[in-house]
Design a protein around this ligand. Structure first.
Ligand SMILES: *Cc1c(COP(=O)(O)O)cnc(C)c1O
Length: 355
């Protein structure tokens, strides 16, 4: 782990103005991820280096998705009937400055991951065991792949004892931010618990390295379907070329892009937020330019825990005269004939007012 002091010396900047920031939101960076920084202020830098704007952000919420109020037992979030989000770890390989769970960051003197005091898993397991509607358990955190392997195995095997839990998903940044931790031994352990899926947090093509590729290959070779989640970040990846390269590169790593996420309204992250329009514009430009399986869904996680909402650019320009006018991927207007009597139903479905 790298200290802010050491990092600032190496990169020749004055860290004193950032001390107040890291007292509130600690700095965490490892030497692998630091090695991806090419120059001061680049896309990797912005993700992990503290910024004074973090403590002068009056907007946003401590808990933008109301996870605490949707939490029947500690560290478990039950929002949708058939699935739960279980925060099994409070440690991460790096601290992303735009984190939606900044409220959970530990003090600057947090112990190393393996020595951290471990919360009791029994309440979450009991809750899942007693709720037979739960078919799908998402492990997140923090980062589940930073847990000691024996502890992760314990959690997974306890979940597999529950017949109604069909799907297990792990959300992790480790294959991207600390890829050497992914070994064939770890992958073989995970593969004992199929169907098990891993969703990896990747944000920029600079993160697509020989090391992260090896980590993804080890997991994919263990039969684990891989997806990615990318946060749309101002000044980091809010650009069609950057995301085209990222999504295509991920597919070539056998990782299928799953979500492109609008920044949550978390406190102290406002400087990363893009207009909704940016995501829609990028999606429209990428559609049919990159391969279909490289296209993620653009989602906004609504404040108050009201759910993830996919947004799509509107391609339908007009409905009338027995046809609809749509705009194709080249920007051309095309007429598509509708069935007799279809117009009304289509307008209703789209929520378009009838004159
Ligand atoms: C994102 C999320 C899920 C999983 O949503 P999917 O769309 O199925 O990937 C489940 N629970 C909570 C609380 C979430 O935030």
């Amino acid at each position: 782990m790298i200290s802010l002091n050491g990092f600032a010396k190496k990169w020749k900047f004055d860290f004193a103005p950032l001390e107040a920031v890291v007292r509130e939101y600690p700095f965490r960076l490892n030497s692998y991820f630091e090695g991806l920084i090419q120059s001061t202020g680049d896309a990797v830098w912005k993700q992990v280096v503290p910024d004074r704007k973090e403590i002068s952000d009056p907007s946003g919420f401590e808990d933008p998705l109301s996870e605490e109020s949707l939490s029947p037992v500690p560290n478990l979030v039950h929002r949708y009937p058939n699935r739960v989000l279980w925060l099994v770890s409070d440690q991460c390989a790096v601290h992303c400055r735009f984190c939606t769970r900044k409220r959970k960051w530990r003090s600057a003197h947090s112990p190393a991951p393996e020595n951290a005091a471990q919360p009791d898993i029994a309440p979450a397991l009991d809750y899942i065991a007693s709720n037979e509607h739960i078919q799908d358990v998402l492990l997140s955190g923090g980062d589940p792949l930073l847990l000691a392997p024996e502890r992760l195995r314990e959690i997974l095997s306890r979940l597999r004892e529950l017949r109604h839990v069909q799907i297990i998903r792990i959300g992790s940044r480790v294959p991207c931010a600390l890829p050497h931790r992914i070994t064939p031994t770890l992958a073989a352990m995970l593969s004992e618990f199929h169907p098990l899926f891993v969703n990896i947090h990747f944000n920029h093509p600079a993160e697509l390295t020989a090391d992260s590729k090896r980590a993804c290959t080890i997991l994919a070779d263990a039969g684990i379907p891989l997806g990615s989640q990318t946060v749309l970040l101002r000044g980091v990846n809010d650009d069609e070329e950057v995301l085209a390269e990222l999504f295509h590169g991920l597919l070539s790593f056998r990782v299928r892009p799953y979500y492109l996420m609008q920044m949550d309204l978390a406190r102290s992250t406002a400087h990363f937020r893009t207009p909704i329009n940016t995501g829609l514009r990028i999606l429209r430009k990428l559609r049919n330019r990159i391969s279909g399986p490289a296209m993620p869904h653009f989602v906004v996680d609504l404040p108050g825990g009201r759910g993830k909402m996919p947004l799509l650019p509107n391609m339908i320009r007009e409905i009338g005269g027995g046809s609809m006018i749509v705009q194709n991927y080249l920007g051309e207007l095309c007429r598509y004939p509708l069935l007799d009597g279809e117009e009304q139903g289509l307008r209703a479905e789209l929520g378009v007012k009838t004159n």
